[in-house]
Design a binder for this molecule. Sequence first.
Ligand SMILES: C[S@@+](CC[C@H](N)C(=O)[O-])C[C@H]1O[C@@H](n2cnc3c(N)ncnc32)[C@H](O)[C@@H]1O
Length: 220
Amino acid sequence: MPVQAGTCLVRWETVCSEELIDREVQRMAKAEKDKPLGAGKSSFDLIDSQAVFGELGLQRGSTFLDVACGRGDYTLAASKAVRKSGLIYAVDLWEEGIATLQEKAAAQGIENIEALVCDVGKKIPLETGRVDVCLMSTVLHDLVQTGDVDGTLKEVGRVLKSQGSLAVIEFKKIDGPPGPPISVRLTPDETESLVLPHGFRKKRTLDVGLYNYMMTFGLT
Ligand SMILES: C[S@@+](CC[C@H](N)C(=O)[O-])C[C@H]1O[C@@H](n2cnc3c(N)ncnc32)[C@H](O)[C@@H]1O
């Protein structure tokens, strides 16, 4: 039977688009499987942002680092506090989160955010003594699970200026939701004992909403 050109074209396009869909489904399944612990979750909508940003003390021109920034809700808020002369670094292992942050920053015309994909337990790609204020929001308990706490805090201590400060936000050890299971939540005492061995001294613990507390540290 003679082949009709139009029919072939339609069939070929169908095969191609089925293959493309298959590939995209596989890519999405892999991305979902490889998601770092806690990816896609944020505490930003739960916290009292005035209390958090008041305590962080970001100034015009400060350099801020958001460790495990996710989609960067805290990053975007911090970029407003440091104004155009300040610099914001945001790092996360989750590529989709970093891509979303870059898109949001571009859409809002924000130019002082550098968002990078990296494993903070291995290396934070910044020079030593670069950062005034570092935030680790609702990630320390995840790093306990993955065994990345020590590597991360060592890197945070390295990139902070000698007068710099670290703020850790965690979920209160109460039954959720919202938040992770109570078994993985950290009490303020547990948070303190994870952080202090890495050359930090505790400054303050404060309540930053119904579900969260924040603890601040300086370098010893
Ligand atoms: C619960 S989310 C918190 C996100 C953000 N701090 C917030 O509160 O909006 C934890 C984040 O840690 C990231 N993460 C987990 N392990 C990591 C690692 N080893 N290096 C970098 N990021 C990591 C996850 O991808 C996720 O975005």
